[in-house]
Design a binder for this molecule. Structure first.
Ligand code: TZP
Ligand code: MG
Length: 236
């Protein structure tokens, strides 16, 4: 993984992020695939391989739900998916599991508002790893930045079937709101995004989109990824 200078990493005002680091994080965000075995119609390995070939720029292992793998199987799938990411130089982020991230030397951790606090994750991971935080409002966005987040996942932008406990739909207005307030942190929109509704998310200020079902539920995940990527490139 590319290491960049990151001066004064624990200064919690968000300004400590060097311009290069923000630039690099932003460059990872255009098409962010979030996924676990539960989401996949085909094997997760096949889905990830096709998705990366189709243009995914960042991957999050999110093994959630009643049918989610546990124990050794959970760790083993993580390793297999991490290997694929490494081979293609796509950063590998773990959802809400600091211990797994440390065990695997993952590239980062993503936490939600009800998960471990972002400042604690940042302290434990150190300055070079990626810390992502889900935010649903300007207040949560500002707090996440103060806690040392590298990027935000903002949503749900549109209705989603992929998250049982999803917050109310926010529309792209929440992204406009965050940007108009002057926050420049790299961010993605998430929730119900697909090739036909991604454009407004980007136009309103996101640096990319994070998706589950647009890729994992497709009959041809690679082709779905390519089409979505094309829309993203046209609207970034
Ligand atoms: N966080 C907010 S919405 C969501 C998550 C994890 C689910 C996104 O899945 P999909 O299938 O892209 O709507
Ligand atoms: Mg969570």
């Amino acid at each position: 993984m590319k290491q960049l200078p990151f001066s004064d990493p624990f200064s919690n005002d968000g300004k400590s992020h060097s311009a290069e680091r923000s630039h690099w994080i932003r460059s990872c965000l255009p098409l962010y695939l979030v996924m676990g075995s539960v989401n996949c119609k085909q094997s997760p390995v096949q889905v990830l391989e096709q998705a990366i070939a189709g243009g995914v720029t960042l991957f999050q292992y999110r093994e959630k739900g009643k049918q989610a793998l546990r124990g050794q199987e959970y760790v083993e799938l993580a390793r297999r998916l991490q290997d694929i990411c490494r081979n293609h130089k796509v950063p590998f982020i773990v959802n809400d599991d600091l211990e797994l991230a440390l065990t695997l030397d993952a590239d980062g951790v993503h936490v939600g508002q009800d998960d471990a606090p972002a400042d604690w994750i940042r302290q434990r991971l150190g300055p070079d790893k990626i810390v992502g935080v889900s935010a649903h409002s300007l207040v949560e966005a500002s707090r996440a930045i103060a806690a040392g987040a590298d990027y935000l996942g903002i949503g749900p932008i549109y209705p989603t079937l992929s998250k049982d406990d999803a917050e109310p739909v926010r529309g792209t207005e929440v992204i406009q709101h965050v940007r108009r307030s002057g926050l420049t942190i790299p961010l993605v929109g998430i929730g119900g995004i697909h090739e036909h509704n991604a454009a407004p998310v980007l136009r309103d200020g996101a640096d990319g989109v994070a998706v589950i079902s647009a890729i994992t539920a497709a009959d041809a995940p690679g082709e779905a990824t390519q089409r979505l990527k094309k829309t993203i490139i046209q609207n970034l």
